[in-house]
Design a protein around this ligand. Structure first.
Ligand code: ADP
Ligand code: MG
Length: 280
C-alpha cells in the first residue's frame, strides 16, 4: 500500500466570522498514527473535516489526500432513524468502489467480511443498526470505514464513552491499520490512547505542540493547550502519568452534527442523527 503523507500548510478554517482553526502547518507522515488532542472547541473536529475535504479553508492547503481514499468515522451522537441492517451499513463503505447501483463484486464482499471480522461484528450482519448498543454501533461505523480500504483513516473521538471491549477492539484495529501502512489521524481525550500513537498534536485553535508522545504529553505543553483544565504539579519531574485532564469528553459541543458537512457522501448518513440529541 502507498504510505500516504498529508501535508497541511497555513490552514485556516472559519465558520462565518468565527475562526475554528488558525494557520495550521503540519505533516502527518504516511503509515503513522497521530492523536489530535485539545479541549472542546479547540478545532479537532474542524481539522478532521478539513482533512476529509468537507470544509473549505479560507486560507492554506492540504496536499496528499484524495477524498475518495479517506475513511472517516465521524464523532458519534444520536443514531438517526432510518431502518438499515448492519450488513447494509457495511455495503455503504464500498460505494466508492462499487457505485451506488452496481451489484457488489467478490472483492466488495471479501472487504466487507474482513472488516466485519476485525471489528467482531460478523454475527450482527442481519441485525438492525439502531437496535445495537453504542459500542456495537461504533464498531459497525469503524468497520464501514475499513471496508472501503482507505489509505487515510480519520476517526473523531472513536472510543469516547464506549464499553471497554469495544474500546479495545477499536484501538487494536487502529494499530493494525497503521502497521499495514494506513495513515491514521484520530482525536481523543484519553492520554493512554495518545501514548500509543506515533505522534501527538495539541490544538488550541492554533497548533500548540506536535511530536512523539513522550515529548508532547508533558505538563508545559498540555497546560498551553488545556489551560487550567489539567491537574498536576510535576513541572520539575517526569511524572506525566499523574496528569489528569478535566474536560467534558466531547459532550455538549455543537460542532459535531453535520451542519458543516456539505456534500459528504452519502448526503444522509443513516448511522447519524439529523439533530444533535443524545443517543436514546
Ligand atoms: P472540537 O472538535 O475540538 O471540540 P470543533 O472543531 O468542533 O472543536 O470547533 C472549533 C470551533 O468552531 C468552536 O469554537 C466551535 O464552536 C466552532 N464551530 C464548530 N462547528 C461550527 C459550526 N457548524 N458553526 C459555527 N461554529 C462552529
Ligand atoms: Mg469535536
Amino acid at each position: 500500500m502507498v504510505r500516504q503523507s498529508i501535508e497541511v500548510r497555513g490552514l485556516t478554517v472559519a465558520y462565518d466570522a468565527k475562526v475554528a482553526i488558525r494557520n495550521i502547518n503540519h505533516v502527518f507522515p504516511g503509515g503513522t498514527s497521530t492523536a489530535v488532542m485539545g479541549p472542546n472547541g479547540s478545532g479537532k473536529t474542524t481539522l478532521l473535516n478539513a482533512l476529509a475535504g468537507l470544509v473549505t479553508p479560507i486560507t492554506g492547503s492540504i496536499i496528499g489526500v484524495d477524498p475518495p481514499d479517506v475513511g472517516y468515522v465521524m464523532q458519534h451522537g444520536s443514531a438517526g432513524w432510518m431502518p438499515i441492517t448492519v450488513g447494509e451499513v457495511l455495503e455503504m463503505g464500498r460505494y466508492r468502489h462499487a457505485g451506488l447501483l452496481r451489484r457488489l463484486s467478490g472483492a466488495d464482499r471479501s472487504a466487507i467480511a474482513a472488516a466485519a471480522e476485525h471489528l467482531a461484528i460478523a454475527d450482527l450482519m442481519g441485525r438492525q443498526f439502531h437496535d445495537l448498543s453504542g459500542g456495537q454501533q461504533q464498531r459497525v461505523r469503524v468497520a464501514r470505514a475499513l471496508a472501503g480500504q482507505p489509505q487515510v483513516l480519520l476517526l473523531d473521538e472513536p472510543i469516547t464513552g464506549l464499553d471497554l471491549p469495544s474500546q479495545h477492539r477499536i484501538l487494536e484495529v487502529m494499530a493494525a491499520e497503521t502497521r499495514r501502512g494506513t495513515t491514521v489521524v484520530l482525536t481523543t481525550h484519553h492520554l493512554d490512547e495518545a501514548r500509543h500513537c506515533t505522534e501527538v498534536v495539541l490544538m488550541a485553535t492554533e497548533l500548540v505542540a506536535a511530536g512523539v508522545p513522550d515529548e508532547v504529553l508533558r505538563p508545559a505543553a498540555l497546560r498551553r493547550a488545556f489551560g487550567g483544565r489539567i491537574l498536576g504539579d510535576h513541572d520539575t519531574h517526569d511524572h506525566d502519568h499523574e496528569l489528569l485532564i478535566f474536560d467534558d469528553h466531547g459532550h455538549g459541543d455543537h460542532g459535531s452534527h453535520g451542519a458543516h458537512s456539505p456534500g459528504f457522501p452519502p448526503a444522509v448518513d443513516p448511522t447519524r442523527g439529523e439533530s444533535g440529541g443524545p443517543r436514546s
